[in-house]
Design a protein around this ligand. Sequence first.
Ligand code: ADP
Ligand code: MG
Length: 231
Amino acid sequence: MTVLDVRAVTKVYGQGAATVHALRGVSLTVERGEYVAIMGSSGSGKSTLMNILGCLDIPTTGQYLLDGVDVSRLNDRQLALVRNRRIGFVFQSFNLIPRTTAVANVELPLAYAGIKAAGRRRRARGALDLVGLAQRGDHEPNQLSGGQQQRVAVARALVTEPALVLADEPTGNLDSRSTEDILGIFDDLHAAGRTILLITHEDDVAARASRLIRLVDGQIVTDVRQQRVPA
Ligand code: ADP
Ligand code: MG
């Protein structure tokens, strides 16, 4: 079953002398359960591609189908719904809400989805348990290490049980121990059949995925299946 179907997508920012061709005709399909790493030097278009895949932005030209639905035909409200229901995001900078407990941070996507308070709390605690932070639910972000904050962010991404997990350099700000924690969680998600797209600069992080795509100047130059390197 095809989850992502990207057809000749381009993205152009700005105009005139300031025009940037961030994506120059990207096509790819991703099947359910794949674990894909996307590599490429800074400025090669990785984040632009992820923003489009995550329905945070739309292509300039080309088509993008998520679970068979052409998202370019959806309005803003429908796009927000798709993001909330189908996609879990993890960013390099954690993006947790300050002065707000871990469990409240993890609950947020459920609040947007209209889930009642008791159910929210129970599911958020469950997601924190999944990332090994059951005991830290009442801590605020500044009381947690970087690695723990990123695990909270992963719990927040997973709490809605999304079909697709998108992670943009999730280990970029982490030490090797915390990187291993996050990659171990992704290994478990992959084993459980989730679809994962991971952007990274690091070869040993990319080696954990089952497929490797390299971007150069807004184009895919390599797209290969690879034997996963276990932890
Ligand atoms: P990467 O994530 O691989 O570093 P990006 O997708 O962030 O690359 O950027 C690709 C190119 O598009 C870069 O040249 C960048 O400067 C440009 N770019 C990204 N976002 C914008 C924006 N909002 N406005 C103008 N240019 C942008
Ligand atoms: Mg980027």
